[in-house]
Design a protein. Structure first.
Ligand code: SF4
Ligand code: SF4
Length: 334
């Protein structure tokens, strides 16, 4: 296979064969020998040495490099390496490569602006459920009795065996919002991966909760995997840089991130009409009705994704949350 064909084949395998930017990103991250190794996956170091006709020690060294760059993932039980699964994994993992050249980050930024919205729509066609889900800020659930442990930030962190924090790949690439960057909290397997790869630092539960508080006060939305387990991460996302939330807010209305099970409701007897919540809501779910002393915030339930950020800025505790979706709204892990 010629060098040009190698990168086209890799892009094809993640349904991005038509994207010149993706082929260029792959060229920046992987040299020809690494590309051939990636295309020979899955396999153990020995199997890959066999299939590529290279000495096993040389292949082991190359695999360490590919793991560090975020191009190869290894299964602890079988020792088999596999190539990145899709373009989102490629984006997130290579953006966090500590030695990522500026050229790569600029290229990811250009691709996000030009191609992400249409790519997200194509992906949507293949997805049975949105891959990610919003979880509410802690104060939104304070008076709730029936909170599931995988939709409660404090419980997810309290139950974690290992926690690490990494930078947010979307804000590493873009960062135009100026919001905190080192706030992606990785749980259990996600934490082990980040620490082994050198992209995250281990933190304790107290620091993880401090990061969550900082995220909520800064106006970042908690997002996790859309399943009933919590082994991977709690991202703290902004609407400007985050590829998932951009899809939710796009004109095409791509449903890449599921809402939480909750929906905001304003207690008009308590609301003082300050309108702080209107600015904080990224999803256009709040408006003001009435004027002067009669001004009250109004929630559009069609648009509310139950992130709870409006409650963080409400000075009179006027926003409560109703359970709008049943427990089985959250897909069971397979
Ligand atoms: S109204 Fe807006 S800020 Fe409040 S929970 Fe709904 S989507 Fe989030
Ligand atoms: S922040 Fe609270 S008090 Fe101010 S308008 Fe919104 S709901 Fe009303």
């Amino acid at each position: 296979m010629s060098e040009i064909d190698l990168y086209r084949e890799m892009a094809d395998r993640i349904m991005m064969g038509n994207s010149d930017d993706i082929k260029q990103a792959l060229r920046i991250v992987a040299d020809e020998g690494e590309a051939r190794l990636l295309l020979a996956m899955p396999g153990t170091a020995e199997q890959l040495a066999d299939s590529t006709n290279r000495p096993v020690e040389e292949v082991r060294k190359a695999l360490d490099g590919l793991f560090h760059k975020g191009l190869a993932f290894v299964s602890g039980s079988s020792g088999k390496y596999r190539m990145f699964r899709d373009v989102i994994q490629l984006h997130d993992a290579t953006a966090l490569w500590p030695e990522a050249p500026k050229e790569l980050l600029e290229l990811w930024k250009r691709w996000t602006e030009a191609e992400w919205a249409s790519t997200a729509k194509v992906f949507e066609g293949f997805l049975s459920n949105p891959p990610q889900r919003i979880i509410p800020v802690e104060i939104a659930l304070e008076d709730k009795q029936q909170i599931l442990h995988y939709e409660n930030v404090r419980e997810i962190i309290e139950n974690a065996k290992k926690i690490a924090v990494t930078k947010c790949p979307c804000r590493v690439v873009d960062g135009k919002c100026g919001l905190p960057v080192e706030v992606c909290v990785q749980i259990n397997r996600g934490a082990e991966y980040a620490i082994a790869r050198g992209t995250g630092r281990e933190i304790d539960k107290a620091e993880a909760m401090q990061i969550m508080r900082k995220a909520e006060e800064s106006g970042l939305v908690h997002v996790t995997m859309n399943t009933d387990h919590t082994d991977h991460y709690i991202c703290n996302c902004c609407p400007d840089c985050c590829v998932g939330l951009r899809a939710v807010r796009s004109a095409e209305g791509a449903k890449f991130v599921a809402p939480s099970r909750y929906q905001a409701a304003v207690d008009e007897d308590v609301c003082i009409g300050c309108e702080s919540c209107l600015e904080r809501c990224y999803f256009g779910a709040l408006s003001a009705k009435g004027e002067g002393e009669d001004c009250k915030a109004l929630v559009n339930p069609e648009r509310c994704v139950g992130c709870g950020l409006c409650a963080v800025v409400c000075p009179s505790n006027a926003i409560k949350f109703d359970e709008a979706r049943p427990a089985d709204f959250i897909p069971a892990s397979g």
